[in-house]
Design a protein. Structure first.
Ligand code: G1P
Length: 298
């Protein structure tokens, strides 16, 4: 079984669900507490043992490249002024030279097309795929668990969670077969099915381990749901010749591409941080107790 060394992170999406915030700034750079959303995906990948990150970017996303580069003036200034804590936080997030690549998706043809754009950078080896809008919250990242299952099953692994059965039309949905390790064998996959025809309420939560044969299928994939080239459709074809297993994530993904998911993530991560929780929520709790609530926005 080949080791999974590379992760693809597509960051070309326009962020239309989050306008006007994302009009001039990539949605992946919005911050959850004090880190951009994309940093959570990178940290989760590194935690799972990934050594190289491939970003699929688009126009107006160059700030993501700058973010993962070294900023010499900033480092010098922090060093000179003895700001050790800030320096350490930058050093901690710095990816080693050569451990990150960028390629561009030239037009928005869908997730399947974005992944296909990474084919040459990934080459002939299995790879992880992390959709950065989905921010993993739990004892350990979702990908680390998926990797563990991959170690037992090989083939392809997709991470799943259960969604409200009325909301299957928002996600890729899988059919549930026999239990295996932390999950089960996948019997079918459908992109955004109506609740009446969905095979289950297990939704694909944005973490995948895929074999490179998927690239060839993506290259010939016809457009599907939403008139886009869908990854789920190519995976379905790949499942004809290769095993697919689902890893049931025991944490929770926040959809930071939506306003509600983004705010939930900020609250959850802030509550989970000892250095922030009391500072932020103490005064708010007091304010609410004293009924000094600001007038609600119209
Ligand atoms: C994509 C995938 C879908 C998955 C979802 C998770 O959809 O196509 O299968 O469930 O991400 O966020 P999108 O959100 O790009 O419409």
């Amino acid at each position: 079984m080949k080791r999974v060394r590379k992760a693809v992170i597509p960051v070309a999406g326009l962020g239309t669900r989050f306008l006007p915030a994302t009009k001039a700034m990539p949605k992946e750079m919005l911050t959850v507490v004090d880190r951009p959303v994309v940093q959570y995906a990178v940290d989760e990948a590194l935690e799972a043992g990934i050594e190289h990150i491939v970003f699929v970017t688009g126009r107006n996303k160059h700030v993501i490249e700058d973010y993962f580069d070294i900023q010499p003036e900033l480092l010098d200034t922090l060093t000179q002024s003895g700001k050790r804590e800030q320096l350490a936080s930058l050093q901690k997030m710095q990816l080693p030279a050569g451990a990150v690549s960028f390629t561009r998706q030239q037009a928005p043809h869908g997730l399947g097309h974005a992944v296909w754009c990474a084919r040459d950078l990934v080459g002939d080896e299995p790879f992880a795929l992390l959709l950065p809008d989905m921010v993993s919250f739990g004892k350990r990242g979702c990908l680390a668990g998926a990797m563990e299952l991959y170690g037992q099953t090989g083939g392809n692994v997709i991470a799943v969670e259960q969604c409200d059965p009325t909301e299957t039309n928002k996600y890729g949905i899988v059919g549930k077969g026999q239990d295996v390790g932390t999950g089960f064998a996948v019997t079918e996959m459908v992109e955004k099915p109506a609740p009446a025809v969905a095979p289950s309420n297990y939704y694909i939560n944005g973490r995948y381990i895929l074999q490179p044969e998927v690239f060839e299928l993506l290259g010939t994939q016809e457009r599907g749901a939403g008139n886009e080239i869908q990854l789920t459709d190519a995976m379905k074809r790949l499942a004809g010749s290769q095993p697919f297993h689902a890893h049931s994530f025991d944490g929770r993904m926040f959809d930071c591409g939506s306003k509600e998911g983004f705010i939930q993530a900020n609250v959850a991560f802030a509550l989970g941080r000892a250095d922030i929780r009391d500072l932020v929520f103490g005064p708010i709790a007091e304010m609410i107790a004293a009924e000094e609530r600001p007038a609600e926005a119209a």
